[in-house]
Design a protein around this ligand. Structure first.
Ligand code: GLU
Length: 549
């Protein structure tokens, strides 16, 4: 018996690998085009770090007219959850990052290099495993869990590296007859890679992000096909990224130390290795300690969090670009109105150590992003969010024309209002503009410097007498000055500052009284615009309500 016969016995139906090489030809793309992918496992939780990797992969493929694809890595079926694939597909869609190729729903895919779900590629992996078996570069291993435990204990006692390698790789030494005999006897087995490596030799490697790295060679005979017939991550990575013609593997740096093994697999399979770019994780400052964003401890680790909070997808993407390339911030300052896709993203300028996640900064970007939207865009986004997460807000927004006027206040000008960082802020930021949420509710008025109720009422009454909704802005403001003067307040702030003892306050203090009566707040956008949107009846009703309060 020879290797070929053993291989046939194990995988009698597997196709020749040439079949797949022809089926998935080298891609016809412009010179320098990058093909990369996002390859998550459907474990029910899309991590912000995953989105970050996907964003980076997508950026570089877009910049080079390449291909960005989505591959679902579902070979660990114990970890798989219901809707896992749908969650991934929808997360990418939510961030306007749908792939060029790959899974587009739980069951559908686009592109010629599929299937893009690993559990549907069993035949392919088996062909390539057979190819290795035929050359004696892989072998069946019959070790039971108990035997492997036993070996590990011995290794620990002898203080040597654990694993399946060298003298410890028992099944490596069976000849083909012995192996065939065991298979005939119905012994369970996995397929292991026969590593040609030696631990005392080093390999040098250049990672696009981490730079030059050096590792001992791999000498572990890792499992490539498990007893359920599915591949391990390592083997699937080599086969898939070869056949899908990936040029750049962009992934989390937890895989950096597997590079020696992966290069060896590519070598033994006769494939050309892709370039690797290992991304550092996003970190969090936890009472002065830097740690990875944790699925368990940090709600912001989940991509779903951003949607629920209503942080605009663009703000999240822009923030991630910010941490990906430190030059982004200056670029943005110089080009405040450009689309972020115009930024010249550089994979090799990514930071080697993990960036700290900064929610304050993200929300600040959210404010800027929203401040640049038109009233219509704010309205549409806020409504969409509210329909899912805040029924009361959705109801308020039913009156579209009025709501557009509300969102139009101080918008579209040079210094637009910047009070909304996420859709969850909207209700609080506009609720006082809705009469049914204001006129028949208890408002706790805090008028600031002028606190005597009788004085406040006098000021408000005088103002109602002179108020006219049709006044232009200058006339409107002059009337507030008139009211101030009439009651002994300084007409101008300057006047007051020059002689503070001569007045009980100035026009600004009077204007605060009117503002608080009108909105219940000391800080609001432009009061003139607010009044114009509220309309005459509402303004008067509000001032009267305050007088009665
Ligand atoms: N399924 C692997 C993971 O989620 C993919 C790593 C890769 O991108 O190759 O970590």
């Amino acid at each position: 018996m020879n290797y070929k016969e053993l291989a046939d016995m194990i995988f009698p139906d597997a196709k020749e690998i040439s079949y797949y090489e022809e089926k998935y030809p080298v891609r016809n793309l412009p010179e320098g085009a990058i093909v990369s992918r996002f390859a998550p496992s459907p474990t029910g939780f899309v991590h912000i770090g995953g989105l970050y990797q996907a964003l980076v992969a997508r950026e570089v493929t877009k910049k080079t007219d390449g291909v960005f694809f989505l591959r679902v890595e579902d070979t660990d079926q114990k970890r798989e959850v219901e809707n896992g694939v749908t969650d991934i597909v929808n997360s990418l869609k939510d961030f306007d990052m749908a792939p060029d190729e790959g899974m587009i729903s739980d069951t559908e895919e686009i592109g010629n290099y599929g299937p893009y779900k690993q559990s549907l590629r069993k035949d392919i992996y088996q062909s390539f495993a057979k190819y290795l078996l035929e050359q004696g570069k892989a072998y069946p291993c019959f070790c039971t869990t108990e035997e492997l435990d036993e070996t590990r204990k011995k290794q620990e006692a002898a203080k040597v590296r654990t694993g399946y390698y060298g003298v410890w790789a028992k099944c490596r030494n069976y000849n083909v007859e012995e192996a065939a005999e065991k298979i005939k006897n119905g012994e369970k087995y996995v397929i292991r890679f026969k590593s040609p490596g030696r631990e005392d030799r080093k390999i040098k490697h250049h990672d696009v992000i981490k730079g030059n790295v050096e590792f001992p060679e791999n000498d572990q005979d890792i499992i490539i096909i498990k007893s359920d017939g599915l591949p391990t991550y390592h083997f699937a990575h080599a086969v898939d990224d070869h056949l899908m013609r990936t040029t750049h593997v962009i992934r989390s740096d937890e895989w950096l130390s597997s590079v020696p093994l992966h290069l060896q697999l590519f070598q033994e399979l006769g494939f050309r290795a892709p370039k690797y770019a290992h991304i550092s994780p996003i970190m969090k400052n936890d009472n002065g300690n830097k740690r990875k964003l944790s699925k368990r401890k940090d709600p912001e680790a989940a991509v779903s969090y951003y949607k629920e909070e209503g942080i605009p997808a663009n703000a999240v993407k822009e923030y991630l670009l910010n941490i990906a390339n430190s030059t982004f911030e200056n670029w943005r300052r110089a080009n405040p109105d450009k689309d972020m896709d115009e930024f010249d993203f550089q994979l090799n300028k990514m930071s080697v150590s993990g960036a700290l996640f900064d929610m304050v900064k993200l929300l600040d970007i959210g404010k800027t992003v929203i401040s640049k939207m038109t009233a219509e865009e704010v309205y549409e986004n806020a409504l969409k969010w509210a329909e899912e997460y805040d029924k009361e807000l959705a109801e308020m927004l039913q009156n579209k024309e009025y709501s557009l006027n509300v969102f139009g206040i101080e918008r579209g000008n040079k210094k637009p209002r910047k009070d909304i960082s996420k859709w969850a802020d909207v209700k609080n930021s506009i609720i006082y503009m809705y009469d049914d949420k204001f006129l028949n509710r208890d408002i706790s008025y805090d008028y600031g410097k002028i606190s005597d109720k009788e004085e406040i009422n006098k000021l408000l009454k005088s103002y109602i007498e002179t108020f006219d909704i049709d006044d232009d802005k200058d006339t409107w403001f002059n009337k507030i000055k008139d009211v101030a003067e009439q009651h002994g307040y300084a007409r101008e702030v300057k006047e007051f500052k020059a002689n503070p003892d001569a007045f009980p306050g100035h026009v600004g203090d009077v204007s605060t009284v009117i503002r608080v009566a009108l909105t219940g707040r000391q800080n609001t956008p432009d009061m003139y615009e607010i009044m114009r949107v509220l309309g005459r009846d509402s303004v008067v009703a509000r001032l009267e309500k305050a007088i009665k309060a």
